[in-house]
Design a protein around this ligand. Structure first.
Ligand code: NAP
Length: 349
């Protein structure tokens, strides 16, 4: 068993970590950290639990610690981070001196030698770890996963990038409120409404997607060379991001071929049979009214992305469009970090 800790353990993503790590075959929770507001309290007393599943008995009595390496149990090997980005920027580096840090935060995602990874898409970016450790003189290292809307989009793009030449992509998101954290979107702003702006989200989707679908030449990442434009919106859904995707290819294509490539797509986690890997990372639905967040967010235990309404775009040459749904706090956050850690545990530790 590998002993693990969770940073930001009381938050929306932190709670997902706890749910996903409960009864995990390789990882055992030994430490939970949060802000000074929570430190010193029993986890159950410090947390406003929002998941439908009950809080696991095993964590209720753990005393929440301050978020610093000194406060963390020395037996811990991996820390999962769901800290606010500004705080993560410094503290994740402090942890990386001795621990493996699997982070959800955006602070280090686009930094040189810090892998931004989706295991089905670009596992080879983990090769950066050696350079990261040497450069910083660290025994541990940082591995990051992308933003929640980027992960769902990029998973569906991988089989397309591998089999066709993309000219441009436009994506319009309808993002769940849990993506903003427990105190993120006031109910007065979102009930009976939608908010057509999520700070920084469009920039993250545009830069992270091209980075993930690029290539690593042993020194740096060369971005994918198509154009991508995102428009991001918050909608009154609790969990599950929906995205409408519009793709223009360089050449003519057969839409059934696109569907087949998506349906049959598998990556390294499926090959290695990693515990959290869904059998099919992309589930393609035929019904004309799917995917829907309430019905499809839990596909593959929340780790698969559901695609529907895949059709030729009659208005533009060489173009098609589809709708996707992905679970933002599972595949889009905690589940993504856990899958990264499973791959690291299998390949590196
Ligand atoms: P959240 O619900 O607001 O939780 C934030 C957590 O961080 C809480 O445990 C909080 O502890 C702790 N924290 C806040 N300030 C701190 C400080 N100064 N020192 C130590 N701990 C501190 O937020 P979230 O939605 O879980 O998001 C966490 C991170 O994951 C963010 O970087 C976010 O961008 C990223 N992320 C979120 C999603 C999503 O779908 N929600 C998806 C991808 C990435 P207290 O309870 O003690 O305040």
């Amino acid at each position: 068993m590998v002993n693990v800790g969770v940073l930001g353990a009381t938050g929306m993503v932190g709670q997902r970590f706890i749910q996903l790590l409960d009864n995990h075959p390789d990882f055992e929770i030994k430490a939970l950290a949060a802000s000074s507001r929570s430190a010193g309290k029993r986890y159950e007393d410090a947390t406003t639990w929002y998941l439908n599943e009950e809080m696991p008995e095993s964590v209720k009595d753990i005393i929440v610690c301050e978020t610093s390496p000194e406060a963390m149990d020395n037996d811990v090997d991996i820390v999962f981070s769901s800290l606010p980005a500004d705080f993560a920027a410094k503290v994740e580096k402090d942890f990386a001196k001795d621990y493996v840090v699997a982070s959800n935060a955006s602070a280090h995602r686009m930094k040189k030698n810090i892998p931004l990874v989706i295991p089905e898409v670009n596992p080879e970016y983990l090769d950066m770890i050696d350079a990261q450790q040497k450069e910083n003189n660290w025994d541990g290292f940082i591995v990051t996963n992308p933003n929640c809307s980027t992960i769902a989009l990029t998973l569906t793009l991988k089989p397309i990038v591998d089999n066709f030449n993309i000219n441009s992509i436009r994506v319009s998101t309808m993002q769940a409120v849990s993506g903003a954290g427990y105190n993120g979107v006031p109910s007065m702003a979102i009930v009976d409404n939608l908010v057509p702006y999520i700070g920084g989200e469009e920039e993250k989707m545009e830069s992270e997607t091209l980075h993930l679908l690029g290539s690593y030449d042993g020194n740096e990442v060369i971005n994918a060379n198509f154009k991508l434009s995102a428009s991001c919106h918050r909608v009154p859904v609790i969990d599950g991001h929906t995205e409408a995707v519009f793709i223009e290819l360089d050449d003519d294509f057969d839409i059934d071929n696109v569907k087949e490539k998506m349906q049959n797509f598998k990556g390294l986690p499926q090959e290695l049979n990693l515990f959290s890997a869904p059998q099919n990372p992309i589930v393609v639905k035929e019904e004309s009214d799917r995917p829907q967040p309430r019905m499809d967010r839990n596909a593959g235990n929340g780790m698969a992305v559901t695609v529907g309404r895949l059709r030729k775009d009659q208005a533009f040459d060489n173009s098609f469009k589809y709708v996707l749904v992905g679970h933002n706090t599972v595949r889009g956050a905690a589940g993504a970090s856990v899958l990264n850690a499973e791959l690291i545990n299998e390949r590196i530790l």
